[in-house]
Design a binder for this molecule. Structure first.
Ligand SMILES: *Cc1c(COP(=O)(O)O)cnc(C)c1O
Length: 421
């Protein structure tokens, strides 16, 4: 591993002009290189994506859409946005794409704005069962401005209860039904959700933030043929820049575009839009399709490894890039497990499990993902090594043992260097 970050000359310049920030960038790069990154929503982008992000496109104001901008001088950024849109439509087989949302949450605000009015009823996955803040949390705009009714998973198998979903839809007549979550390890039956939406006349919205990368890699079924609208982030398994995107049927194109701008955003971040185009091109390559399959098999292996260590994978395992692990058998809660793993150089998060007896600040579980480590080149054998690291870290409060595990973690990651010079 080199001490010089791969973006060399600019970094030298930054080091001279602002050594305080340069030092932080360098330390963060080393942290990403040396610790195990198991946060299910994180990944390592390509250098090409970072190059687009760090470009002069950041300087350009481009309120509006290609050919209909509110500012002059948009000829070049227009081309970047058109490329991003065309690549998104072709990769996902979508009729319409809006590539401007600054984030997943911003994309979701636009979806609400396009299809609902404040006070309307929306059906979405319950937060304690894996839903996102924007799916009706009381501290989020969604829960403050909308009447969000929640559905969850069945206690017996921890899978979405489509019968409950249908009953709630019939009883509450929602304007829109959201499927998608941040901590649901299984696949969603989009055909069933479509049928329920049709039965009650609701808009079918899929928040695909977590799993859209697996769809892009053709490793799991796509929601695009079924949904009216699909929103997602571009920085999770998809491996692009931080940002959001919305796909929809052509009939909703105008509503979506108006909701994004001028509805809830000003100028798009054109460097990020270019970064999205770069990532979408990467996702269309056969190597990315192999990556998506490897992400799933690695996560399945990691979940198996943790089960071999006596923990329990929620819903019996995973069909995606993330696994939710019930760690009650260790007699350590999620919060403490998260802290101990952190001291051992293993970055993951505590996470509520369905019907969790602990509070959301404590939890009985951890969430692990394989998107970043798979990008790094780790395989099935390493997933079992990681599982044993996690089990050892959770089982000890001894600082000596935790720093010993950290040494072993760093020995492992040094064999799989990312952003090496
Ligand atoms: C990550 C995520 C979001 C929010 O994305 P941000 O870019 O953090 O705003 C929204 N919905 C789901 C399901 C997510 O997993």
């Amino acid at each position: 591993m080199s001490d010089t970050p791969f973006y060399g000359p600019d970094f030298d310049l930054l080091s001279k002009q602002d050594p305080d920030i340069a030092e932080i960038l360098l330390s963060e790069l080393h942290r990403q290189q040396s610790d195990l990154q198991l946060i299910a929503s994180e990944n390592f982008t390509s250098r090409a994506v970072l190059a687009a992000l760090g470009s002069t496109l950041s300087n350009k104001y481009a309120e509006g859409y290609a050919g209909k901008r509110y500012y002059g001088g948009c000829e070049e950024v227009d081309k970047a946005e058109i490329l991003a849109i065309d690549r998104a439509k072709s990769l996902f087989g979508a009729e319409h794409a809006n590539v401007q949302p600054h984030s997943g949450a911003s994309a979701n605000i636009a979806v609400y704005a396009a299809f609902t009015k404040p006070g309307d009823t929306v059906l979405a996955m319950s937060l304690p069962h894996g839903g996102h803040l924007t799916h009706g949390s009381k501290v989020n705009f969604s829960g403050k401005w909308f009447n969000v009714v929640s559905y969850g998973v069945r206690q017996s198998d921890e899978l979405i209860d489509y019968d409950e979903l249908r009953d709630l839809a019939i009883a509450n007549k929602p304007k829109m039904i959201c499927s998608g979550a941040t901590a649901y390890p299984s696949l969603i039956d989009f055909e069933k959700v479509r049928a329920i939406c049709d039965e009650v006349g609701a808009i079918m919205w899929v928040d695909a933030a977590h799993f859209i990368g697996l769809v892009a890699g053709k490793a799991i079924p796509s929601p695009v043929p079924y949904a009216d609208v699909v929103s997602f982030t571009t920085h999770k398994v998809l491996r692009g820049p931080r940002g959001g995107m919305i796909l929809s049927k052509a009939a909703h194109a105008a509503a979506i575009d108006k909701a994004v701008f001028p509805g809830m955003q000003g100028g798009p971040i054109m460097s990020a839009v270019a970064g999205k185009a770069v990532a979408l091109k990467e996702c269309a390559q056969p190597s990315y399709q192999k990556y998506a399959l490897d992400v799933i098999s690695n996560c399945q292996e990691l979940a198996k490894g943790l089960e071999n260590e006596g923990m329990r994978a929620v819903s019996g395992g995973t069909q995606t890039h993330l696994a939710l692990i019930d760690i009650r058998s260790t007699n350590v809660n999620g919060k403490v497990a998260d802290q101990r793993c952190g001291l051992a150089g293993i970055v993951l998060n505590k996470n509520a499990i369905p019907f969790d007896p602990e509070s959301p600040a404590v939890t009985s579980g951890i969430r692990v993902g394989s998107a970043a480590t798979t990008t790094q080149g780790l395989g099935k054998a390493e997933m079992h090594v990681i599982a044993s690291f996690i089990a050892r870290a959770i089982a000890t409060e001894a600082e000596g043992e935790l720093s010993q595990i950290k040494k072993e973690v760093h020995a492992l990651t040094s064999r799989f260097p990312i952003y090496a010079a």
